[in-house]
Design a protein around this ligand. Structure first.
Ligand SMILES: [Zn+2]
Length: 176
């Protein structure tokens, strides 16, 4: 996995780029949760489910189908009745971004993007992110800093720079 603190960077950046007038804060907070939720599948190890199984780590909870079902259910909440389509897309990107970031890492098995249609695990051709250990203790080590540096350059910096640029352009247009 990419580390748990890096996954929310995608929905937060998207939220900054869109602005509160375009995407409700509640949707951004849900997006943050959805961006981290897929790694709840590490519990599968406790039940003896192997990594490569469809229900294992980076399996069904990292699939596009899982992201779409969650986004569909949550955008149906009454709070989003005025902007259901936009909130659906926002939540879909937030949830699906988790698997995409994992597929950019250099370790573990690939991501089961197309489960249940196809159990194959995929990586993206470019894998600049150093894979994060599953244990929190291992993350707070020298290796943890190397991982964080790779995430800062491959995820944090481009996402936040893009988001802030769009934010300022939108603000300048609104003032003009
Ligand atoms: Zn993951």
């Amino acid at each position: 996995m990419a580390s748990l603190i890096t996954h929310p960077v995608v929905p937060l950046s998207l939220g900054i780029a869109m602005g509160r007038s375009n995407i409700p804060l509640k949707a951004v907070l849900l997006g943050v949760l959805l961006s981290m939720l897929p790694d709840a599948d590490v519990i599968a190890f406790r039940f003896g489910i192997p990594y490569e199984h469809a229900l294992g780590h980076r399996g069904v909870t990292h699939s596009l189908a899982f992201a779409a079902i969650l986004a569909l259910c949550l955008c149906s909440l009454p709070a989003f009745s005025a902007r259901r389509g936009r909130v659906f897309l926002f939540l879909l990107i937030s949830a699906a971004s988790h698997g995409i970031l994992d597929a950019l890492t250099n370790g573990g098995l690939g991501v089961g993007f197309f489960i249940p249609a196809n159990d194959h695990r995929y990586f993206l051709p470019w894998r600049p992110i150093k894979v994060s250990p599953l244990s929190v203790q291992a993350f707070f080590s020298a290796r943890g800093w190397i991982i964080l540096k790779s995430e800062l350059t491959a995820v944090w910096l481009p996402c936040l720079a893009g988001a802030l640029a769009i934010f300022w352009i939108r603000r300048a247009k609104a003032r003009a």
